[in-house]
Design a protein around this ligand. Sequence first.
Ligand code: NAD
Length: 489
Amino acid sequence: MTATIGLQHLINGAWEDGTGSPVASSNPARPAETVAHGLQAGGPDVDRAMAAATAAKHGWARTPAHERGLVLLRAAAILEQSASALGLELAREEGKTLAEGEGEVLRAAQILRYYGNDGDRAAGSIYSSPRRGETIMVTRKPLGVIGVVTPFNFPIAIPAWKIAPALAYGNTVVWKPASTVPLLAMRLAEALQSAGLPKGVLNLLIGPGSMGNSIVDHPALDGLTFTGSTGVGRNLASKAAGRGVPVQAEMGGKNAAIVLSDADLDLAVEQVMLGAFRSSGQKCTATSRLIVADEIADDFLTELGKRAADLAVGDPTTPGINMGPVINEAARSSIQQGINTAISQGANVLAGGTPYAGDLAAGYFIAPTVLELPRDQNQDVWTQELFGPVLSVRRTGSTQEALELANDSEFGLSAALFTQDITTALSAIDEIDVGILHVNSESAGADPHVPFGGAKKSGYGPKEQGDAAKEFFTHTTTVYLRGGNNVSR
Ligand code: NAD
């Protein structure tokens, strides 16, 4: 039996108990087991956190970027040292396997390191002037107080990739994580606070979804970065934009993998499996649609169905388990409902499809499911994000049709293409309308030093990560700089 951990909020540099209603996270593999519990932040806590972030913003913005970076580097070291313990907590609270949990903690540390070193990179640019004696300089300044609202599915890496650049570029933060994963949020805030953040620079409030609205509606807000579902993201983005507050929103996906007949099929089947079923399919970039060339479809789908059925599903903290549960009962029930609807609309089940009985029925488990859809027939499972281990499949007679099917979505986050033909790959780069395209690798990989984000309805505002983050977390001042006397002209 593992001890339940007490949850606290971070406001103005002090850890405190909440003043709102009770909140608890539970283990989705064994829902009766509470992982962490406490009281939610109360309404007045939003005002207090925003006031603390406002009071801290001038001093933090004036702190040399190198010094700000040192705090992030120390926090990265703290996460690295505790990666296995935090990885276990992540697996217990979110349901990822132990290896994925530890990997995510290390990814968060990698992101902190990337932005921790940013203070030693270029801080602006210089242009020549058409006038004698003048130089034009473009400097960057932080926005101010950033509201950070994050989803459950990467409880430490996604917050890190928002909070690290926000802080590195001199902003202060009020952060509301998803209430299903408060413990990992507390762990990231603890690492940053222990690393020496001045009081008020980072404030953590654990609360319900409605608290996201309170942050967005707050007059002290200077910028909002959100990741989560499309409906919530659009609503928050429209509120912020309506008040002239810059907003960055990363939302849903319905990501396709295309397997053409000239692909390395061993590689393709391995990568499609990873894309569809790692993290129980709960990645915004997970592969949820598969488009397979007619010539190879029978063999490919037989192998894929067999591998999906062979995945070891169970408690993600047990060695040898490939896939854990989904996050909660609401997710399990809506995903299973989506599967049932697809079957009633004519989908052919190649793997999974039915709810578990026995031990697994007690946790929020969904069987890895592969559904082949009838040709030329629109299905909800093809268009709507289920956010679980469900892969819908369509066969295709031509490369052109495959590319069109990949684009057949209101979303445009990521895609994967499997081919050994460079001409096809080059044409797909032009044709497939997504923010992230993988050629011969799964749809769900992302590195911290390059832009991340979606096209079409998947993303709104500047991209995240790498240099792209600077576009959101700073604004520019263009300085026309001349000497103070006429001699230089
Ligand atoms: P969610 O939209 O339910 O919650 C995200 C955050 O918004 C949480 O902090 C939540 O408490 C808050 N929230 C919920 N309802 C709210 C409301 N009415 N008003 C204000 N705030 C509210 O999303 P989730 O279930 O935590 O995450 C899964 C979703 O996130 C999926 O749609 C997935 O595709 C998306 N996602 C996108 C990316 C990306 O980069 N594009 C990455 C990860 C997840």
